[in-house]
Design a binder for this molecule. Sequence first.
Ligand code: NCD
Length: 328
Amino acid sequence: MTETARTQSARYATGSLLSIRDLSVEDVSAILGLTARLQTMHPAERSAILAGRRVALLFYESSTRTRTSFELAAKSLGATTTLVSDKSSSIEKGESLKDTGLTLRALGAECIILRHPASGAPFVLARETGLPVLNAGDGMHEHPSQALLDLRTILTRLHGESSATSVSAASLQGVTVVITGDILHSRVARSNALLLPRLGARVILCGPEKLLPKEALGLGPGVEIERDFDRALKRAQVAMMLRIQKERLAGLELDLADYIDRYQLNAERQAACAPKALVMHPGPMIRGLEIAGDVADGPNSAIEEQVAHGLAVRSALLVRALGKSVTV
Ligand code: NCD
């Protein structure tokens, strides 16, 4: 167990996933193994695993993929789910995160999946409720389940289905992942840049200064910055494109035409620089801005597969959170 993981388990319920840093390589491997095992199960067997357990989804920001996949994953395991969103609950009346969490616990919730605009909110909720909390995205901080589903997508597409059942510190040796776009505001970029190098990958962050400050290098070893997209792409086995998070720009102005010119992944650029690279995007994508529609729909795109892997990986995270043992 790593030092971080030890600290976490001492302070937060076992099975919580608050930051990707909490997971050792062995933990990641165990999650992938469990994911694969759940995938091979008969639906009837799978739906008995969390039968009668209660899972709450607490969403303070909009979501399509993450929320739906957590919800469908919980249901396919037999759990009962309830969704609380800021738009239709007492959150709108000013209730605090702590009080909402305690209310959900009093109603029998055994695990809370939280998306929140404030970085660190899942830590507060886990501390105050003592329940396992799964971070479904906290502000500009982290999105650990996204990094895990991205990892499973990369392993499956680059090394084949069977490679996605376990990992070691060398699993992504020789793989360069170029993450391009609004790195500054992206919790997806942060969680991936923290995870992938620990498995041997090289991560190149690419974008203009305004969206990618040089401090991003502080994310750790195995991470570098390259501002020239064509140059970065020429080294890529994986091109992960990110949306400009306009809801977090806070007055920052961007010349969109210039951005598209320099950073859009379009068919011409793809053919010239990275005809074989796997194309990924966490969604929601803005076609015609960071990515051209034909590239998103093209043969190298794994964008829809990412969504399917999300469902699979999140099933394993729920089983882990609710402390069920499944023979792998
Ligand atoms: C991302 C998010 O919410 O951080 N989406 C997702 O969960 N798949 C990325 C984004 O909003 O751009």
